[in-house]
Design a protein around this ligand. Structure first.
Ligand code: ZN
Length: 302
């Protein structure tokens, strides 16, 4: 990996790093091929590197500086995690504490409440577990056969691409159909290091020493695909659960998937009406002084 210190700015801008998970070591052949969970030695090397030349900020400080319009300190950066994996607390947090770097976790309330897996993690699980598989996918005329890791990764990439670009697809129904076709018992929850989510008590315990907790929807639905009461419900449940289970009244949030087509002015209005003050995207890039806290760019690391 090229050095992420190259992504720091020295002209009054800000870099926000986006992580999902950090693991002790890679134990799977297929799962985590996208490196959504980074080995801890790499995570520590990255943070030690940026910490040496840059200035870590909490997302509260980021928000305050955005609103003031002032320049960020030289090499300013913030660390964020999406989704709420337990390994954020058990593997990443000791490194962050050692280096004195605060981080914000944005938790998906349904994942935390049920130790739930995202649709894509469930599909990865099913395909890795199957020795020789055949799948008929709704967007393809031909059956897809897979047996070795390369074929499994190719089909996973195909599924990712197609599902994410199809608004209105019944994703849960699609996942159930994949399990049925592969003759596997459906899995919604797992304690594997790639799946285990924080408990609500762990979420509460995250919030010390400048580390913050924000929302990230209830079901990880792409918010711009929803509107009206369904959009409001998705946000309301996530904020209410966070408050009821941990006492945290969130002013921070992040958009599921976070690309330009995944949020909208209606989404931003709904978040603002519920007290959210800052919501970074997953659009790649750094940020200028006075950046809009609802359009912040991030650099995805894992
Ligand atoms: Zn997410």
């Amino acid at each position: 990996m090229s050095s992420l210190t190259d992504r720091l700015t020295n002209d009054g801008g800000l870099t926000i790093f986006l992580f999902h998970g950090v693991i002790e070591r890679q134990e799977h052949q297929v799962r985590n091929y996208t490196r959504k969970h980074l080995p801890v030695v790499e995570f520590e090397a990255i943070l030690a590197g940026v910490g040496r030349v840059g200035k870590a900020m909490s997302m509260d400080d980021v928000l305050g500086t955005c609103l003031s319009g002032e320049q960020f300190p030289r090499g300013a950066f913030a660390v964020t995690f999406d989704d709420g994996f337990e390994n954020n607390l058990t593997v990443a947090r000791p490194v962050l504490d050692r280096l004195g770097i605060p981080a914000t976790v944005y938790v998906t309330s349904g994942f935390v409440d049920e130790n739930g897996m995202s649709w894509v993690d469930r599909i990865e699980y099913a395909i890795e577990k199957t020795r020789h598989g055949v799948l008929r996918l709704p967007w393809s005329q031909r059956a897809s056969h897979f047996a070795n890791p390369a074929e499994k990764i190719a089909i996973l990439n195909d599924i990712r691409r197609n599902v994410k670009s199809t608004p209105g697809l019944d994703v849960d129904g699609f996942v159930s159909d994949v399990f049925r076709q592969l003759d596997l018992e459906e899995v919604r929850s797992s304690d594997d290091q790639l799946d285990r989510k924080m408990t609500w008590d762990q979420v509460r315990s995250w919030r010390t020493g400048g580390c913050l907790v924000g929302g990230h929807s209830h079901t990880h639905a792409i918010l711009s695909f929803l509107s009206g009461p369904r959009l409001e419900q998705e946000i309301d449940i996530s904020l209410r659960m966070l408050k009821e289970r941990t006492g945290i009244v969130a002013s921070h949030y992040s958009y599921p998937e976070g690309l330009a087509h995944c949020y909208s002015e209606e989404v931003i209005r709904a978040l603002k009406a519920r007290g959210i003050a800052c919501c970074p995207t997953a659009i790649d890039g750094t940020n200028r002084p006075g950046a809009d806290p609802f359009h912040l760019h991030r650099v995805m690391v894992s």
